[in-house]
Design a protein around this ligand. Structure first.
Ligand code: G3P
Length: 216
């Protein structure tokens, strides 16, 4: 089944009634796995409506005196399925990822690791995350889709990751229609990672459906 990951970022709709409405819509989608990457503050609340929820970052710390940090153990204790890590808006050093990703896996958590380039995707593949998303940072939030503007980045990342392991590769940055998502899959992606198309839409519901139909 293809993956549709919505990075809710810190858009207004990622909090309060907008977040709950999005979770209700996500729970109605069929034929595609919809994962909501939510702010930690709302993850638990929306997981009651749509259980497929990740947080947008998790820290390479354990339980203890770590003010403001979120250990992977806490996700497991609270029943959150996984985490997105190393987004270009929240980079993590490779050394920390090398500690964090295997630990999260041992705890039974899914990690979606983001890469800016095929070379970074290849380095992340060696750590065996659940999935990898490739996103050219310069296209994020522009509405200029990676699948149209930089198709070689998707193809390159899929090739680079496959050389190392069978890990699903998602494409993201600028995806703004079902057609963009379909094109990403034609280029070898197992799904897409989107944000503004859904989170800034007048009707997030319609955009979610458009993407789900394109990927189903
Ligand atoms: O994590 C997804 C994101 O960075 C892509 O953003 O707004 O271009 O879909 P956007």
């Amino acid at each position: 089944m293809r993956l549709l990951v919505v990075n809710m970022k810190a858009y207004e709709n990622a909090f309060g009634p907008g977040a709950r409405e999005l979770a209700r819509e996500a729970s109605r989608v069929e034929g595609v796995r919809v994962i909501l990457a939510a702010p930690a503050l709302v993850a638990l609340k929306i997981a009651e409506i749509h259980p497929d929820v990740y947080v947008q970052h998790v820290d390479a710390v354990g339980y203890g005196a770590f003010t403001g940090f979120l250990p992977p153990e806490a996700l497991r204790a609270e029943g959150i399925r996984g985490a997105l890590v190393n987004h270009s808006e929240h980079k993590v050093r490779l050394k920390e990822l090398a500690e964090l990703i295997p630990r999260a896996r041992e705890l039974g958590l899914e990690v979606l690791a983001c890469a800016d380039t095929p070379a970074e995707a290849s380095a992340l593949a060696a750590l065996s995350p659940y999935a990898i998303a490739v996103e050219p940072p310069e296209l994020i939030g522009t509405g200029i889709s990676v699948s149209k503007a930089r198709p070689e980045v998707i193809e390159g990342a899929v090739r680079a990751v496959r050389r190392i392991a069978e890990i699903p590769v998602l494409a993201g940055a600028g995806i703004s229609s079902g057609e963009d998502a379909r094109r990403a899959v034609e280029l070898g992606a197992s799904g897409v990672l989107v944000a503004s198309m859904v989170m800034k839409a007048k009707s997030p519901r319609e955009k979610l459906r458009e993407l789900a139909e394109a990927l189903a």
